[in-house]
Write a protein that binds this ligand. Structure first.
Ligand code: DQA
Length: 137
């Protein structure tokens, strides 16, 4: 089974960025843990701060991979283009968030990912990614 974790803008700063919200572990360290936890899954990881690069990656994996675990970061709340990309591909996408976006600011209550996602996981810290992977098993 081939699954990719896609991280959007500012998620390269995990570990340093607002640690009271997003924790103090880097995603690279957490990704090593995930690979150990799911040895039977062909797991890959891609991060970009650029909307178009995330769209390109969805197109690239979206007709051959079994699943995408996608944290679109702030683009979740703004990107019609990412929403359309998810609608246009065949691979199911799980929307994940580290924080519980529904307990935060009003502008985080909108998601352009959710209408086209298979499901949504939010608020479990980095474990949200683990739960996202499990949803494909
Ligand atoms: C986030 C929530 C978004 O609102 C925010 O812009 C992020 C991270 C999360 O994982 O909790 O960058 O997607």
């Amino acid at each position: 089974m081939k699954i990719i974790i896609l991280n959007g803008p500012n998620l390269n700063l995990l570990g340093k960025r607002e640690p009271e919200i997003y924790g103090s572990k880097t995603f690279e360290d957490y990704f090593e843990e995930l690979k150990e936890r799911f040895p039977g899954i062909d797991l890959s990881y891609y991060q970009s701060n650029i909307e178009g690069a995330l769209i390109d990656k969805l197109h690239e994996v979206g007709f051959s991979y079994d699943g995408v675990v996608f944290n679109a970061g702030a683009y979740t709340h703004t990107s019609v283009g990412l929403g359309d990309a998810i609608k246009g591909i065949e691979t199911p996408v799980i929307e994940v968030h580290i924080s519980n976006v529904h307990a935060r600011e009003d502008f985080r209550q909108v998601s352009y990912i959710a209408p086209n996602a298979k499901g949504i996981i939010a608020g479990f810290g980095l474990k949200s990614y683990d739960l996202g992977i499990q949803s494909f098993i």
